[in-house]
Design a protein around this ligand. Structure first.
Ligand SMILES: CC1(C)CO[C@@H](CC(=O)O)CN1
Length: 430
């Protein structure tokens, strides 16, 4: 029935070039979740959740236009889903004027962890700072107290490095130098060599990573005396592809040599164990269903032709479940006051606060793992550590920051057969 529908808005980055077109897989994932929550008989009984979506192309201006269209065209929306850090920043900063919760399934920018600027923002996508406690844990595990930082001057990496520097200070780890570059890393890498950097944390997008790796090779900053920390969400063979297209002067073999042994950290986005999640599926069941849906959309999954955002699809699926569970909780509370969500209007602050507190306390086992939000609305997530061994990524372990628990498989391999030192050891001549 038309009047028993709860409407939400969805802003997905699909077309366009700049940024992350993750809506290609995240929108189908969100639609699968809508199907599932609406089939869940004891969830929002008597009501149907409906998603009204449009494409932001990961452009904040277009994202704002999509938001206004969703808000100024009936039916009344109860909250907004959005992806891309730039779009979420714009939408979440404006949404408070309509008392709307914004749930971001694809936004990693640390700047979004700010309740003053974004009072109604929640995200199922962890902040990029989630890597930092893991980096510190690994530095401590291998006894490295002298590190260098190499970063690309992009907002997300600038704020991540600030968080990392604070954590290094707290842990008594010296940052011997912090080098940054916009597009050409050659000077920055040469400066690392001059400062005798041995343990280096690198923060850059994947195209810049290939340029850095070739400079590492040319400057000899690789092998048994060096350890590099890279970001783990590049594609697995990132250091062997696009070399001609991007004008990389190193050969595939040289890139492999430079890449051997580096460590990576990344947030876990797919539930790692065989948990039966709140949807009744395991994450592998979800993968099969998503693949079928994407094949229907024309993606040649069997030949590894994945849409962008495949990695983050569980975050979009769980975002819709978060909304349904929060609305369910809110409906129960409101019915005791003789009210209903279907009467929500944009200036109903009380009802907006009910929705906010319901989502704030939402926790469940999803296909992306345990879903819960910090007081800043950030996703609480596990991180995974890998190392390139013989040219392939091997899983070294996982870190649960909340519990300070490192699960380690003792698989790591060092080129020199022992843990590299974080500085040149000058032997005292007797
Ligand atoms: C892990 C990544 C690729 C980080 O950027 C996110 C997009 C964004 O923050 O704009 C999507 N997920």
């Amino acid at each position: 029935r038309e009047d028993n529908v709860l409407h939400i808005g969805g802003i997905f980055p699909i077309a366009g070039e700049g940024g992350w077109q993750g809506g290609q897989a995240c929108m189908p994932a969100a639609n699968l979740a809508l199907e599932d929550v609406n089939n869940e008989k004891n969830l929002l009984p008597g009501f149907t959740l409906k998603l009204h979506s449009n494409d932001s192309e990961c452009e904040p201006g277009l994202g704002a236009a999509v938001m206004y269209n969703l808000l100024y065209n009936p039916p009344q929306k109860l909250m907004l889903l959005a992806g891309c850090s730039t779009v979420c920043t714009t939408v979440a900063e404006a949404a408070k004027m309509w008392n709307l919760v914004v749930l971001c399934y694809g936004a990693s920018s640390p700047a979004l962890s700010d309740r003053n600027r974004f009072p109604t923002l929640f995200r199922t996508h962890p902040s990029a700072t989630v890597h930092n406690p893991t980096r510190i844990k690994l530095l401590q595990k291998f006894g490295w107290s002298r590190v260098a930082i190499l970063q690309q001057t992009e907002e997300v990496f600038i704020s991540t490095v600030e968080d990392l520097e604070n954590r290094c200070k707290e842990a008594g780890i010296e940052i011997v130098t912090r080098q940054s570059f916009l597009t050409d890393p050659s000077d920055a890498v040469r400066n690392l060599r001059r400062q005798d950097a041995r343990i280096i944390v690198g923060l850059f997008y994947v195209v810049a990573a290939r340029r850095v790796l070739c400079e590492i090779y040319l400057n000899g900053l690789y092998g048994k005396s060096y350890v590099w920390f890279f970001i783990g969400w590049y594609e697995d063979n990132w250091f062997e592809v696009n070399l001609d297209k991007e004008g990389i002067s190193c050969t595939k073999e040289q890139m492999r040599q430079a890449a051997e042994g580096h460590l990576t950290t990344e947030a876990l986005m797919w539930n790692q164990n065989n948990d039966t999640t709140i949807s009744g599926m395991t994450s592998e069941d979800f993968r099969q269903r998503l693949n079928r849906a994407l094949k229907k959309d024309g993606y040649d999954i069997d030949n590894n032709r994945y849409p962008e955002g495949y990695q983050e699809a569980p975050l979009a699926y769980d975002a819709v479940w978060s909304v349904a569970l929060a609305f369910n909780k809110t409906m129960d509370r409101l019915s005791k006051q003789g009210k209903s969500l279907k009467n929500f209007t944009y200036n109903d602050k009380e009802m907006a606060d009910e929705i906010y507190s319901a989502i704030n306390s939402t926790q469940f086992i999803g296909v992306s793992g345990y879903v819960a939000f910090s007081s800043q609305g950030d996703r609480i997530a596990l991180t995974q550590i890998e190392q390139v061994i013989d040219g392939k990524y091997a899983k070294l372990g996982y870190y649960d920051t909340q519990m300070d628990n490192l699960t380690w498989h003792n698989m790591e391999r060092w080129i020199g057969g022992k843990v590299p030192q974080d500085r040149t050891i000058v032997k005292k001549l007797l």
